[in-house]
Ligand binder design. Structure first.
Ligand SMILES: Cc1ncc(COP(=O)(O)O)c(C=O)c1O
Length: 405
């Protein structure tokens, strides 16, 4: 069949594939524990639900402006002022169908084919595929010391005359690492000096732990005029537990937003009217849900890390935020795809292979589930991998005997 080169180069979304496998097993009655998820289990804010229901009941659900409805833009402007101490105008804002679309149209507006986009590794799976979709070149940057915290030196070494854009995702999916204020300051300054676009993917913005505060990139910018090449991405998916509503946004200079709007207009038109109204209500509503989600995630993170530390062969790293932990399981198996499949097959625990994020030997384990999911899931993994664990375990009603160690 004649399929385009770009089309053929795009890999299947590993997380979606794993979700499908888990759903099939669950349908068969298998006791699957899902530690692969990337969405909170809490409900969407009640204000969002009421607003969405109100619009549906009105029966008047129409097309929206390609860059989003004024009410949502107003809420985003207020959010930007409150959390970034930055005043912007409606022309500096675009609302999209998820932060994913904001990122994609930003990259389409910025990059020519063959130009390079840099991002620290491990990285969110979509950055590489998004770059490939526009014929651009994804360049993951690994920290020389093997840590999750790249230094400016690591980035600078990979910058070439083709480098048009850098994406920084902090706190980071999959590691949960939050980069230091010094690093953010350095990268803002570096990009300004070199005229490189800097996209801050702040989707996990307020979901941070240990009393840490979000780092405001604008604080380090010397140029906040309409020439600024700083782009901030955010959305309601993670903080407001509204993944299925599909609303994200970008804040940037007016010219870039205009071009992004033109692209989005031909791609999908404006985002859904119903979910824009809901997102505006969530952003303007009571914010206690964000804090209680943050507290739950911090508690889950503590439980997960304690549990992982009980493994001799696992190296775990305490995440600063998000709902992920990226743990080194290479002592047990170097091939993370095989290991992830082995754990699903043997003990019905779903994890995401580190190779999907650019680092083999690791597994991404999510803290979105319940405490019971986390403790039981890790106990099952330990039983499957650790020769010192008793060789029998009960999974649901079923007694399993380990015969592979
Ligand atoms: C780092 C990162 N950026 C962006 C997104 C996309 O979020 P949205 O659901 O708003 O498209 C995700 C979702 O997993 C993510 O992890």
């Amino acid at each position: 069949m004649s399929i385009s080169l770009i089309g053929k180069s795009i890999s299947v979304s590993a997380t979606l594939k794993l979700n499908e496998m888990a759903a099939i097993l669950r349908e068969k009655g298998e006791p699957v524990i899902h530690l692969g998820g990337g969405e909170p289990k809490t409900k969407a804010p009640v204000e969002a639900l009421i607003a969405a229901a109100g619009m549906i009941n009105s029966g008047e659900v129409r097309y929206t402006p390609a860059d989003g409805i004024p009410a949502l833009k107003k809420a985003i402007i207020r959010y930007t002022e409150e959390f970034y101490d930055r005043k912007v105008e409606p022309e500096n804002v675009i609302a999209s169908s998820g932060a994913k679309q904001s990122l994609m149209v930003a990259l389409q507006a910025i990059l020519n084919p063959q130009e390079e986009v840099l991002f620290p590794a491990p990285y969110w799976v979509s950055y590489t595929e998004m770059a490939k979709m526009i014929g651009a070149v994804p360049v993951p940057v690994y920290a020389e010391d093997g840590s999750f915290y790249p230094r400016m030196k690591d980035i600078e070494q990979r910058v070439t005359s083709y480098t048009k854009c850098i994406i920084i995702n902090s706190p980071n999916n999959p590691t949960g690492a939050m980069y230091s204020a010094d690093f953010i300051g350095e990268i803002v300054e570096f990009c300004e000096k070199k005229g490189i676009w800097l996209i801050m993917d702040d989707i996990y913005h307020r979901l941070i732990f240990d009393g840490k505060k979000p780092i405001n990139c604008y604080k380090f910018a010397k140029d906040l005029s309409e020439n600024s090449k700083l782009v901030v991405i955010n959305g309601v998916s993670k903080q407001y537990a509204m993944t299925g509503f599909r609303i994200g946004w970008a804040v940037a200079n007016k010219r870039l937003i205009e071009v992004m709007t033109n692209i989005q207009a031909h791609q999908t038109s404006g985002p859904s009217a119903i979910t824009q109204i809901a997102a505006a209500a969530a952003i303007n509503g009571v914010q206690s849900g964000v804090e209680s989600l943050r507290q739950t995630l911090e508690n889950n993170r503590n439980i997960l890390i304690d549990r992982l530390n009980a493994f001799n062969g696992v190296k775990s790293y305490k995440p600063d935020g998000t709902f992920y932990t990226f743990a080194d399981f290479s002592y047990y198996m170097k091939d993370s795809t095989k290991l992830s499949k082995f754990l699903l097959d043997k003990v019905r625990v779903l994890t995401v292979p580190g190779i999907e994020f650019g680092m083999d030997g690791f597994l991404r384990i999510s803290t979105c589930g319940t405490v019971k999911d986390i403790t039981e899931g890790i106990d099952r993994i330990k039983w499957a991998l650790d020769p010192d664990a008793p060789n029998e375990i009960y999974i649901g009603e079923r007694k399993l005997v380990r015969d592979w160690l």
